[in-house]
Design a protein around this ligand. Sequence first.
Ligand code: MSP
Length: 644
Amino acid sequence: MSKYITTPIYYVNGEAHIGHAYTTFIADSVARYEKLRGEDTYFLTGTDEHGQKIEESAQKNGKDTQAFADEISATFKNLWDEFGISYDKFIRTTDDAHKKGVQRAFEVMYAKGDIYKDFYEGHYCVSCETFFTETQLVDGEFCPDCGRSTNVIKEESYFFRLSKYEDALLKHYEANPDFIMPRSRANEVINFVKGGLRDLSVTRTSFTWGVKMPESIKDDKHVMYVWLDALLNYVTALGYGTTEANMRYWPASVQLVGKDILRFHAIYWPAFLMSLDLPLPKHIGAHGWWTRDGEKMSKSKGNVISPKQVSDAYGVENLRYFMLREVPFGQDGDFSQRAFIDRINSELSNDLGNLLNRIIGMSGKYSDFEIDSVDVLKYHKKEIDAMNVVLDSLDAYMQNLQTHRYLEELWRLFSIGNKAIEEHAPWVKMKEDKKDEALATVALVANILAKASIMLHPIMPKTTNIIADTLNFKIDNASYKELVVNKNLLKLFNIKQTPPLFPRIEEPLMPEAPLAHPDAHKEAPKAVAQCAKEQDNLIEIGQFFQTSLKVGIVVEAEIVPKSSKLLKLKVDLGEENPRQVVAGIREFYTPESLINTHVCVVANLKPAKLMGMLSEGMLLAAKDEEGLCLIRPERPKKAGTPIG
Ligand code: MSP
């Protein structure tokens, strides 16, 4: 069975923001997931270009409407191309084929008796050429836009018999409880329909920027209402009314929309389809809205996040991961730099990145980078079984658009890998002359990374391709079948040395600052290239002394609830009060073992917040595949003694 995935088509009255990127990332991930599984998949996105709103935006910008639409539509397309969005078609409602398809649909509905001509009555502002509802008016009379007095006027309009489909719609919701996802959103739609549907005005005479009426219906003063025009894009993109070339993809498997436009997609759209005798989409997935630091984003507040700005600063794949991991599908989400950086550092850098580094390090040391799965099942049956349970659980989450659960479960694989390393301590096995066992653990983790990167591929395509390249395989349908479906293990291979994929981001959290920090960490390969060549990066002694290093004595230490990595310390640096230092050392030290011990502290770092707690310094430590140890003075020194 084929798969068809759509995003809403975006209005061309402004450039893309983070909400548009979110819908597009989910749809892209679902489409990539289906393609990976070998499904014949078609993924559509595009722009919605007609209607009074666009006409007015063009006028405000002093541009010809078509030229304005061309310009903004191109900004969407270029951004999606830059982000590597894997759409199969980018539709524009100003495309000829689309317009023809819409006219054809109008004719079909008209011939069926579902469209009739009548009068649209409302409060009309002549100056703005706009109808308003009674509730929109100021003091029951004045135009909310220009303040002029409005008149009650009647405009001739064609109407779609929406009321005729009330019962059929209710029956459909009942028979298909997953039609609207998540299910929790279905009630608002059902109640709306139960409240009674009025026939829908589907043409306008007050402006001209729209699809013209079909020639067979000779009525030139009307143009089509923008939502009729826009919703039909989902079938005209497949050739409805023209070539019919790709109609085999219809009905859509999932149509992604924001909660604000659910009604249009869950009520009008199915009714139009019923009228056209076309099957209904399998699912309409309605996601929540993004706020920024808890506030609604708006141009007037100046707090709208541009996805381009975030991706320039942190990399588009980190952004994809964050957005899909952070929010349960259907709920509203908040974009804060703090949450974003925490996830990159703890989940991507620590859990995934470090595991890969450890495997590269150990295999280099123990077997000259050769990895062989031959003994994995002998020593690690338990871990393999646990891994397979996780792999089998993932599909249901993706099918339900629960990307946050999908990723949460996927991350269990990294815990299995990390735990196996701690429990089996390959470096000890090497010393005990049990090389087979040590190498089996390394190979187990390589297999975990390979399978996890296949399943992470739809969300982070480029990053996972680098991981696959490191592990000497390609992510495609064949490896998906081999390693995920058939649960085979990697063949004997040489691991490649890959520079760290997720450099930690140490920026202090400054919610009031613009998101795009010019020096913030770029996508992995570039950042890596910079630090790889130390020889090119020599510093003067004066630069070294810009860092203030001091001996500190730990006076308090406690765990940080909900963090498996962090400890919160109070460190005496010989100042009036001890400093609070939040350090990622929980896996290696208990709080008790640190009290009254000496540490070396970077004392002039800008304070940063970690998990919302202020950290006023950094401990020096050395870390390799065998773990982490703190750097301490050889003999006790007074708190605050300078180092250097
Ligand atoms: N053109 C119509 C859709 C027609 S589909 C046949 C439209 N366009 S839009 O550009 O205004 O919005 C597109 C999508 O962006 C909607 O799904 C909307 O929910 C989503 N978002 C707009 N602001 C958003 C947030 N702040 N957060 C999340 N999504 C948001 O509506």
